[in-house]
Design a protein around this ligand. Structure first.
Ligand code: PMP
Ligand code: GLN
Length: 384
């Protein structure tokens, strides 16, 4: 079929996300898929049982627009315990259809034509199109992936009356780097006395390594006041396909967030929310998640010892950047395709997370996989 008129695209430069492209290519070619970020192991059995039990109990209709009350209450308790921050479950917490919807809704609620939004590159791919579709202007700050992550002087220079929002992401996808307390204090100082809203993407909040602590904006009262904090159950409970996330924000911001949320999703899967509320009580799951993935990272790196890849620091998330410049001087987008087709390992080329040409030679590999999968991939990568 063919649309008979002309298309007036709202996103003329946007194509299909790299995750869909590379996972598709991995399926087509039978390559080991270390591209799109998702685990290849099972979710906790109890979570499955709990979901079934709530379905059988008849919790199968719409949940409240804000999310199941018990889940919001348990999240409030968790956040207070972890970050010493108080959020009112009634007015300051909302359940969303994953972090992607939360991010889109937050941008939609606050970014108007002509507003500027600062993001850090390499940037997770859903920020920029959401800003553009609402008429906002994205202002880019490049991060230093192998040294001090953010040059706050650069951020300072970009801030002006039109700056509506700053989007941060820690632990950071795709780099695996994390922001520290000093970064947070600098951000606090820079935004003090402004109307700037901080959108803090913390989906990997529990996946942090080497004894480091996650620096949620929620830990910093002066930052929390101006922040929308986004997280995703998908990363924490290995169930990315459930697409359930949550948002924390001061009530004035949440009021505006909900104005949009009620019309772009209204509410999300009911039995899964009740199951997650119960499973949140099993604290060891999220408290031990960092150690679980740290071991995966170490396994992957051990398997690659002596390879021709140069290892970049991975301090959190379930991603490892590898520099392949000793192996090839091809562009990363070409090399990632060739590696999938000819070597049989799919990864993500990092240059797609920049708005301008990027000459780095980095590929992102997801190590949220069974050891057997990592072994299979490493065996192929060691031959290069
Ligand atoms: N932000 C980042 C940094 C991510 O890596 C992801 C990917 N899962 C998301 C947001 C989206 O999360 P969700 O799958 O819950 O929509
Ligand atoms: N966040 C996942 C990643 O970074 C992908 C999610 C998606 O496919 N949209 O790989």
């Amino acid at each position: 079929m063919k649309f008979p008129g002309s298309i007036h695209s709202k996103l003329p430069k946007v194509g299909t996300t790299i995750f869909t492209v590379m996972s598709g290519l991995a399926r087509e070619t039978g390559a080991v898929n270390l591209s799109q970020g998702f685990p290849d192991f099972s979710i906790p059995e109890r979570l499955v049982e709990l979901t079934h039990s709530y379905m059988r109990k008849g919790l199968n209709q719409y949940s409240p627009m804000q999310g199941a009350p018990i889940l919001r209450e348990r999240l409030a308790e968790k956040v207070e315990e972890l970050y010493s921050a108080k959020y009112d479950p009634e007015t300051e917490i909302n359940i969303t259809a994953g972090a992607t919807q939360a991010i889109y809704t937050a941008i939609s609620a606050f970014v108007k034509e002509g507003d500027e939004v600062i993001i850090f590159e390499p940037a997770y791919d859903c920020y920029d199109p959401a800003i553009e579709i609402h008429g906002g202007k994205t202002m880019y700050v490049q991060m230093n992936l192998s040294g001090e992550l953010i040059d706050w002087e650069k951020v300072k220079k970009l801030i002006n009356q039109r700056t509506r929002m700053i989007i941060i992401n820690t632990p950071h996808n795709p780099s695996g780097r994390v922001m520290n307390a000093a970064d947070m204090l600098k951000l606090q100082k820079l935004t003090d006395g402004t109307d700037i809203i901080i959108l803090s993407d913390e989906v990997y909040e529990h996946i942090i390594f080497d004894g480091m602590e996650h620096q949620s904006v929620a830990r910093f009262p002066k930052l929390a006041e101006r922040s929308i904090v986004v997280s995703s159950f998908g990363k924490t409970y290995h169930n990315t396909g459930w697409k359930i996330g949550h948002v924390l924000a001061p009530k004035e911001l949440m009021k505006e967030f909900r104005k949009v949320h009620q019309f772009n999703v209204f509410s999300v899967n009911t039995p899964a929310q009740y199951a997650l509320a119960d499973f949140l009580l099993e604290k060891e799951h999220y408290l031990e998640l960092g150690a679980f993935y740290e071991e995966k990272r170490n396994t992957f790196l051990k398997l690659l010892e002596g390879s021709n890849f140069k290892v970049q620091p991975s301090e959190g998330t379930y991603f490892q950047l590898l520099d392949y410049s000793k192996i090839s001087d091809e562009k990363d987008t070409d090399y990632a395709v060739r590696l999938t087709k000819e070597v049989g390992v799919a990864s993500i080329p990092v240059s797609v997370f920049y708005h301008e040409k990027n000459e780095d030679r980095f590929l992102r590999f997801c190590f949220a996989k069974e050891d057997e999968t990592l072994e299979k991939a490493a065996e192929k990568l060691m031959k290069l």
